[in-house]
Structure formats: C-alpha cells, structure tokens
Design a protein around this ligand. Sequence first.
Ligand SMILES: Nc1ncnc2c1ncn2[C@@H]1O[C@H](COP(=O)(O)OP(=O)(O)OP(=O)(O)O)[C@@H](O)[C@H]1O
Ligand SMILES: [Mg+2]
Length: 262
Amino acid sequence: MRKLSVCGKGGSGKSTITALLALGLRERGYEVLVVDSDESNPGLYRMLGFPRRPEPLIDLVGGKKKVFGTFRSSEPPRNVLTQEEIRTSDIPEPYVEERDGIRMVCVGKILQSLEGCACPMGVLSREFLKRLSLREGEVAVVDMEAGIEHFGRGVETSLEGVLVVVEPSLDSLELAAKMKSLASEVGMEDAWVVLNKVPSEEVGSKLRKELKERGVEVIGSVGYDPEVFLSSLEGKPLRAGRAMDDLQEVLDILTGGDDGRE
Ligand SMILES: Nc1ncnc2c1ncn2[C@@H]1O[C@H](COP(=O)(O)OP(=O)(O)OP(=O)(O)O)[C@@H](O)[C@H]1O
Ligand SMILES: [Mg+2]
C-alpha cells in the first residue's frame, strides 16, 4: 500500500485516524506524506504537531476558477502541479510543512461561504494524487472529505486502497457498505474498514456482525480514547493512549508487516 485514502461519515474520526496512521507509519520507518483533501477540516495540522497549516495547493494554480483550465489546456502554465510526476521534494514552501519524516500538504482552502462548489477541489486532488510519485519507503495518506462525493469526482482512481472509518452508528456502517461497493466500482484493489470510538467489546462485536451481514470485513478496532478526545479539544498535537496500540493490527495489514527501511 503506497497511496491510501481515509474516508467515512462526518465526525467518524477520519482526521484522527489519518494522523494516527501517519505517526504509526513513521514509527515503522516510512516517510509519510499527509494530504488534507477536506476543505472543511481545520485541525489536522495541529494533530500532527505542525505550527501552521500549509498554504493550499489550489493557490499554486491561481485559485478554484483556474483549476479546470490548468489541467485541460494543451500548454498549461508551468508549475509543479502540472508536472507529469510530482515528487514530495518538488513541492515548495509554504505549500508543504515538514517535521521528523512527516510532510503535509492541503489541497484547498478552509471553506468559506459563497465560494462555489467543491468540484475543482476534487479535480485538483485527483490530478495531484495521480501525478504524485513516491520514493521507496514513502507512503501517502489522504484525509478525505466526509461522505461519498469524492468517489464521483474520481479522486480514488490513482489510490491503491481506501480505509473506511466506522463509528458506532447505523448511518456510519451503512455508509461503509456503500463505500465498499463504490470502491470496487472504481476498480480499487482494497477497501478496508476500521471501527473507531468503540466503547466496549460488546459494541465492537455487534458492529462487526452488522458489517459482515452487509458484506464488509473489519480489519481493526480503535477504542474510545479520552487522550485523543482531550488533545483534539485542546487543539494540541495528538496524544494517543490505547488508540495507537489498537491501530497496530491495522498498520500490520496495511504495510504487509514490512517497514519503510527495507
Ligand atoms: N478513538 C477516539 N477516541 C476518542 N475520541 C475520538 C476518537 N477518534 C476521534 N475522536 C474524536 O471525535 C471527534 C471527530 O474526530 P475527527 O475530527 O477525527 O473526525 P472526522 O471524521 O475527521 O470529522 P470531519 O468529518 O468533521 O472531518 C474529535 O473530537 C476527535 O477527537
Ligand atoms: Mg476531518
């Protein structure tokens, strides 16, 4: 798995799981690029311990209105985003933040009213992820916007896997079943499900059973972790107690047991 998206229902824990994955993958020796593809998502950079949110990549193409033209034109304006292959080291500051082997980019701006639809964001996410050329030992984790619209915009086409985060709610597990079938429709090799904010083993097995009945297999379960909740409430770097331990089995599966140093 080199390029993975994290998706799910609003508030299910996509950003939290993205940040935990980034930290866990780094711990295992990988270089990690976190891609914030959700324009209504201000807190991810804080969870990762960055002092500021990187400037949005959309500004590199001159804003939302220019996105379509940039990628359609036969002679696009020369810039890093229109290169056939984009290496993480090609992305200039202040469009990337970097610390201890974890880099982060944001596709769009924080959503403001009257800004128009999110389609250009989808196009930019799709084009960026398609052109993104990762080195050996480097992985990308993409924090997706809530819901399923990104599938329609083709953002997934160049990703190898999607991790669906399911919190204990009927809406969340129904959405996971929907996402699993959308992922296979767009030809993705893998769609995994991780449970999150699970308060007890009993609830965990109930969720697994419900998902199994919908044809969805679960690869891990992250318990409700007060440390995670508090650090996010305080706007501090993510502190994880049991959540990081719980995520190890997911990391084992995603990495096939390898580490980035090999
Ligand atoms: N395992 C966990 N234990 C405790 N709290 C959690 C856990 N996972 C997420 N949370 C909390 O749930 C809330 C939503 O999490 P998060 O922001 O990661 O969700 P999201 O899916 O990215 O939301 P959005 O759809 O708004 O982007 C936050 O307050 C976060 O701290
Ligand atoms: Mg989020």
